[in-house]
Design a protein around this ligand. Structure first.
Ligand SMILES: Nc1ncnc2c1ncn2[C@@H]1O[C@H](COP(=O)(O)OP(=O)(O)O)[C@@H](O)[C@H]1O
Ligand SMILES: [Mg+2]
Length: 152
């Protein structure tokens, strides 16, 4: 299946959908996560990190741009997770300064990128695309659109 459309009716459900999604991830994968401020990108990331039993506090790395966590796969292997938030990035130079390229192409980690549209031109061609949209009529409702990479 190329595209999955999921519904969430609460913060907890978005976290759970992130956990389910994480079962599909492989080392080296890039997940581009888009959606307006407050859409639930970080909650979704929390779910992915829960699946990998990350014990660090998962928050939007808005001021540090990149957070690194260590998780555990179901097989008991240690796994590195980069959590990027590009909200404050304004120029391609700034992406360079934070080492975006090295991070996003790292083969030894899973990379979760909030505000990925800010680095649209620098993303590896093959990546997961997660778009979270809100519903103007229901404050807690979200639609989560997931496109899998073409070559997974
Ligand atoms: N269905 C939902 N899924 C995710 N978050 C929700 C949902 N309903 C309400 N919320 C609230 O929306 C906010 C999402 O915050 P966050 O994940 O930090 O957004 P983003 O990272 O996209 O800016 C949280 O305050 C959360 O409680
Ligand atoms: Mg966020």
């Amino acid at each position: 299946m190329e595209e999955q459309i999921l519904r969430s009716n609460s913060e907890a459900q978005t976290i759970m959908l992130g956990e389910q999604f994480a079962t599909e991830l492989r080392l080296g994968d890039v997940v581009a996560i888009r959606g307006e401020l407050g859409a639930g990108k970080t909650e979704f990331v929390k779910g992915v990190c829960d699946y990998f039993a990350v014990s660090d506090l998962v928050t939007s790395p808005t001021f540090t741009i990149i957070n690194q966590y260590t998780g555990i796969t179901p097989d008991g292997d240690s796994i590195k997770i980069y959590h990027l938030d590009l909200y404050r990035i304004e120029t391609p130079d700034q992406l360079n300064e934070v080492g975006f390229d090295d991070c996003v192409f790292a083969h030894d980690a899973i990379k979760l990128v909030e505000w990925s549209e800010k680095a649209h031109h620098l993303l590896p061609e093959s990546h997961w695309d997660v778009l979270i949209t809100t519903d103007p009529l229901d404050e807690e409702s979200r639609t989560i659109n997931i496109h899998r990479p073409k070559t997974v």
